[in-house]
Design a protein around this ligand. Structure first.
Ligand code: FMN
Length: 207
């Protein structure tokens, strides 16, 4: 069925009271639909003066603690996160005509958790992480390729230690919106917001 004709509905009664459970069920449906990289998401950050920037990232998991991804702690996003922990995430699954918007605060995960995840990555990805001083200016591509080759020799035993500047972040959500595209632009939008008593309140917004 063409996505434009997709007319799934979204009612409050369809939603799990816990937005993380709801999110994981939509992520699973996106995977089951055969959507490539359903875990890709946009991450928006901004400086303390409010200058925004955004980029695509890969979600590594969502659970009661929040939404986790991995990156470089010296990158532009990292510098902005350091100044301003308020961030936004956005997922869009075209084939299902679904969007999820998340607002929250972000912090680094523990060194131990980053070590554990780094050790599960393929050798080439580990080398790539060590090679790249993400978001820094480089003279040309050869700089990267030469460094990668040097590191291949240095770590020929296959044991690459996690660079201190590479690790995980976790976003603790305070608002999560589930958007279901509908015909005639009469989309469904249901928004969870975290209350003082840690319960989630759900309201419907006009599309
Ligand atoms: C689909 C997709 C997934 C990506 N996933 C990641 C990721 O998980 N971690 C990461 O550091 N960069 C990822 N990138 C690269 C980022 O978009 C970005 O170029 C990089 O993190 C530098 O961003 P910054 O200079 O704003 O810090 C991904 C790019 C794409 C297109």
């Amino acid at each position: 069925m063409a996505p434009e004709n997709y007319d799934k509905e979204l009612h409050k009664s369809d939603l799990d009271p816990n937005p993380i459970v709801q999110f994981n069920s939509w992520l699973q449906e996106a995977a089951d639909e055969g959507i490539k990289m359903p875990e890709r998401m946009n991450l928006a950050t901004s400086t303390k003066d409010g200058n925004p920037s955004s980029r695509m990232m890969l979600l590594k998991g969502a659970d009661e603690r929040g939404f986790t991804f991995f990156s470089n702690y010296n990158s532009q996003k990292a510098r902005e996160i350091e100044e301003n922990p308020h961030v936004a995430l956005n997922f869009f699954w075209y084939e299902l005509q679904r969007q999820v918007r998340i607002i929250g605060t972000i912090e680094k995960i523990s060194e131990q958790e980053s070590d554990e995840y780094f050790s599960t990555r393929p050798f080439e990805s580990q080398l790539g992480a060590v090679t790249s001083s993400q978001s820094k200016e480089i003279r040309d591509r050869k700089v990267l390729e030469n460094k990668y080759r040097e590191l291949q020799k240095q770590y020929k035993d296959g044991k690459v230690p996690r660079p201190k500047e590479w690790g995980g972040y976790r976003v603790t959500p305070s608002i999560i919106e589930f958007w279901q595209g509908r015909t005639n632009r009469l989309h469904d939008r249901l928004v969870y917001s975290l209350q003082k008593d840690q319960s989630w309140n759900i309201v419907r917004l006009a599309p």
